[in-house]
Design a binder for this molecule. Structure first.
Ligand SMILES: C[S@@+](CC[C@H](N)C(=O)[O-])C[C@H]1O[C@@H](n2cnc3c(N)ncnc32)[C@H](O)[C@@H]1O
Length: 253
């Protein structure tokens, strides 16, 4: 199961260009949503865990706002980038990670949980997050809106990005019957005159809101709010629902 959810080669060489090609743009839009959530749910206790933290973009956001922030990510290449930024990150799978601490705010952003393909995977991830939450903690995570797989991932035209030092093409497909989305990520990056090839495949699936709320409940978490947002401000996908942000807390005993 783990091999299907996060193939060994995924977020490998791609980590080299992740921020420039996708991450920075996503984070610019997501930062506005995070700031709105921070205003709506203020806290004095500034502790933060970012699950599937990637290169640490959200951790930097929280650190700049005075939070003591930690991160976990299953990809060594992505986690290494975050560590180079001086961030406290361990390589760990969210389904099995054990972090012996409590955090007021836990986040998991940029459709990272869509990489989990089975109900049991999402249940294990939510249980792991619940274990680091206290009574006043909140878990903010996003998922791709199911419509975005049908409308965007199924498009024939690949996503393309590049400049003088990198080139990236992401060719996506969506098999609705199997609820399996595939992204073939190909390109190159040159660094100090050395050319690195990027060639990996990522798998995702759509999660319907009712099922997510039910899996959260089974993990001891209740859904406080869910809302749609578009971190790309309609510049890329115009007109369709792009992502859903969930706000969850521990169920009262
Ligand atoms: C699209 S990136 C998002 C990274 C980061 N959250 C951001 O907002 O830039 C998805 C991340 O999820 C991580 N990931 C996927 N499955 C995971 C798992 N089972 N446990 C931990 N991390 C996982 C990948 O390694 C990758 O860094």
């Amino acid at each position: 199961m783990g091999a299907v959810s996060l193939p060994a080669d995924s977020y490998g060489a791609f980590a080299r260009v992740y921020d420039r090609a996708l991450g920075d743009l996503f984070m610019r839009g997501a930062a506005a949503v995070l700031r709105a959530l921070e205003s709506e749910y203020p806290t004095e206790t500034r502790t933060h865990l970012d699950v599937a933290c990637g290169t640490g973009l959200a951790m930097r956001h929280f650190a700049a706002r005075g939070y003591a922030t930690r991160g976990i990510d299953a990809s060594y290449a992505m986690a290494s980038r975050a560590r180079r930024r001086g961030l406290d990150v361990v390589v760990s799978d969210v389904r099995t990670s054990v972090v012996r601490a409590r955090f007021e705010r836990v986040t998991c952003l940029y459709d990272s949980l869509n990489h989990l393909l089975e109900r049991g995977d999402l249940a294990r991830a939510f249980a792991s997050v619940a274990s680091v939450m206290g009574e006043s903690s909140l878990f903010w995570f996003d998922l791709n809106h199911p419509e975005s797989y049908r409308e965007v991932w199924a498009m024939a035209e690949p996503f393309e990005s590049g400049d003088a030092v990198y080139n990236l093409e992401i060719d996506t497909h969506y098999d609705e019957a199997a609820n399996l989305a595939t992204a073939r990520v190909r390109g190159w990056h040159t660094d100090a005159g050395v050319r690195h090839t990027i060639d990996e495949t990522h798998y995702q699936r759509a999660w319907e809101r009712d099922e997510v709320v039910e899996i959260l409940r089974d993990a001891g978490l209740e859904t406080v709010d869910v809302f749609c947002f578009d971190p790309f401000a309609a510049k890329v996908f115009g007109g369709i629902e792009v992502k859903e942000m969930y706000v969850a807390r521990r169920k009262a005993e």
